[in-house]
Design a protein around this ligand. Structure first.
Ligand code: NAP
Length: 370
């Protein structure tokens, strides 16, 4: 695909922790070009470089820093494809407004993840769930669509579990150690998290428990519904004083009772079906199995596959459930911006983002293509 084939894209929540990661991640992307930024009234009307409190290692891309931030409402200039990284307190209603105006909203926020007609997708795990889109459009009567990716810890867990589906996953007990960047900016107060592990991440345990079952679930009813997997998941979530990267420690009960070596082989050999579609940011190996008991290089492991691979280690016997392991994923890349971009790449290969488009906000009388 040449740069002429780059689709312009919008970004809601552009100024936040995840929004900044999007701006970096989309810089130089072969298929997408950031063309529209939206955020709250605090930022609207200001150049992005002034409105944002930039907290990334690399500077904001030049072309983006000078763009003027818009209010988070559909307007005539907003492209069809819009990524969403907004605060969950407002994301639900704003994303629905964009879908009603004909936009394709690819979201990070929790608000619609568990709606029965909204795909919750990790392409390597359950790409086929995008089949919910036509059903969503019919049911909601909107020309756009909302597609979501899971919560940052859930993505890491789901990628580690996906290779184990042939063994029959019955029960999962998972403990997370989550980085502070997962709480946005300014996030967790330093006096709370320094020298401490905070045994509470609001809403996270429920999300992991429910989202994992939907992700591993099966499409039923002619593609109109997802039957959640019959897997019981129990999660404990903790905030720790690392900057990036969520570590999950999981014990898993598998029906076929494979040995740790068989589990390790299944994980190391895992290749996703969309991999064959050559998505630009899909890692060669979505799950990497690290050797060695001690791996004191969390930043290197979190950035495996450009931050898109999950690094599994210490696959061993669990005396309670059968097998246990650790898995590390980058929370704002694989767990957020990168996850959405990968979903959009997959949607594009399915021909779901093509066609003429004028926002209903620009011309409510004009019918939408596609
Ligand atoms: P954040 O740093 O607090 O950023 C929130 C963003 O939402 C900002 O751009 C903010 O704009 C915007 N916003 C707030 N109120 C708004 C309003 N009334 N209208 C329009 N925009 C508004 O949060 P974050 O960590 O980036 O997270 C963003 C979303 O991604 C959340 O839903 C979060 O749960 C989800 N998520 C985060 C992670 C992670 O690792 N951080 C991972 C997965 C998913 P202003 O700057 O103008 O206020």
């Amino acid at each position: 695909m040449s740069s002429n084939d780059q689709l312009p894209v919008g970004l809601l929540g552009a100024t936040g922790m995840v929004g900044q990661q999007f701006a970096l991640y989309l810089d130089g992307h072969p298929w997408f070009r950031l063309a529209w930024l939206g955020a709250s009234g605090r930022s609207a009307g200001r150049p992005y470089g002034d409105a944002v409190r930039w907290v990334q290692d690399r500077p904001a891309p030049e072309g983006v820093a000078g763009m003027v931030v818009r209010p988070a409402a559909p307007d005539a200039d907003c492209p069809r494809l819009v990524f969403s990284a907004m605060d969950a307190s407002v994301a639900g209603r704003i994303e629905r407004a964009f879908a009603r105006a004909g936009h394709f909203v690819v979201s990070n926020s929790r608000n619609h993840r568990l709606d029965p007609d909204v795909p919750l997708v990790v392409p390597e795990v359950n790409a086929e769930h995008v089949e919910l889109i036509p059903h969503q459009r019919r049911k909601r009567g909107w020309p756009g669509a909302i597609v979501t990716n899971p919560n940052c810890s859930t993505i890491t867990l789901a990628l580690a579990l996906a290779p184990l589906r042939p063994f029959g996953i019955r029960r999962v007990l998972v403990t997370t150690l989550q980085a502070v960047s997962g709480a946005g900016y300014p996030g967790v107060p330093a006096v709370d998290v320094l020298g401490n592990a905070i045994p509470f991440v609001g809403g996270e345990e429920d999300k992991i428990q429910a989202e994992t079952r939907k992700l591993l679930g099966t499409l039923r009813g002619g593609g109109g519904a997802v039957e959640p997997a019959a897997v019981t998941v129990s999660a404990h979530c903790n905030r720790v004083a690392t900057v990036d990267g969520h570590l999950v420690c999981a014990s898993v009960e598998l029906e076929a009772r494979p040995s740790p070596a068989e589990v390790r082989d299944a994980m190391a050999g895992f290749r996703a079906r969309p991999q064959r579609l050559a998505l630009p940011t899909a890692p060669q190996r979505p799950v990497r199995v690290a050797e060695g008991e001690d791996r004191p290089q969390p930043r290197r492991d979190a950035m495996a596959g450009g931050g898109m691979a999950v690094t599994v280690g210490r696959v061993r016997e669990c005396p309670v459930l059968g097998v246990k392991f650790t898995a590390l994923g980058h929370n704002t890349i694989r767990g957020a911006a990168g996850a959405s971009v990968l979903n959009a790449e997959y949607l594009r290969t399915q021909g779901r983002l093509e066609g003429d488009f004028v926002s209903a906000a620009a011309d409510p009388g004009r019918p939408h293509a596609g």
